[in-house]
Design a protein around this ligand. Sequence first.
Ligand SMILES: O=P(O)(O)OC[C@@H](O)[C@@H](O)c1c[nH]c2ccccc12
Length: 259
Amino acid sequence: MNILDKIVADKRIEVDLKKGLIPLKQLEASVLFDRKSTSMSKSIKSGSGIIAEHKRRSPSKSVINQKVSVQEVAAGYENAGVSAMSVLTDGKHFGGSLDDLLLARASVKMPLLRKEFIIDEYQILEAKAHGADAILLIAAVLSKNEIKSLSETAKSIGLDVLLEVHNEEELHKSIMPSLDMLGVNNRNLKTFEVSLETSKKLSTIIPNDFVKVSESGISNIEAIKELKPYGYEGFLIGENFMKTDNPGKSASEFIKSLK
Ligand SMILES: O=P(O)(O)OC[C@@H](O)[C@@H](O)c1c[nH]c2ccccc12
């Protein structure tokens, strides 16, 4: 079993358990459920395009940063002028939680992406109840029908959808109107290999009605300059900021040197 299969197998158990503990009705009763979302795709188009991630650890790098608080990181990213923040909520493999999403929501106004392995509608309602503005769907772990029904659920409660692919087959099955952003993951989640070439190669077959996002392995301004001519407007960056003592400051310096 590769790591992605393992994460998804764990996720199925986790979601089943949670459904028994916190009924859907309770999620829908959360105050945040009625909050009007801010569009992440619009924010990318009108701003720096940088989507900065809160990431404590990962299966490929183990510990990245266990010291900074999510509130501090969120406020720092917002001050730096990022277009959106991605908050990892998977606990077992990334050290995140839904509380991280809540705390980030309490700290900032910018759009928040729930970064999670979503396999069930329940997780989308959870995202909304904890203050997310957008969700991630990963084509490698979903069928075409699942992508359709999950993205339609998200749209019906006002959330933007970022669909992640890393090869042509995944892209072909995924193109549908209920998505807002198409993300190309430069990291193969099965092997952890990283290459910006993946973004370049797939860019030509992404229709222009989607906001194009390049994800992972971006560690310098040169990468952004290289990717922009391929039509990328969003750039998802985690480790490069999180590995420093002050991720907000690191994002701020990065964005300043983009101008
Ligand atoms: O830390 P990086 O290399 O800048 O990558 C960030 C982000 O793209 C990565 O964390 C990611 C992309 N897709 C995912 C899906 C699940 C978990 C994590 C991810």
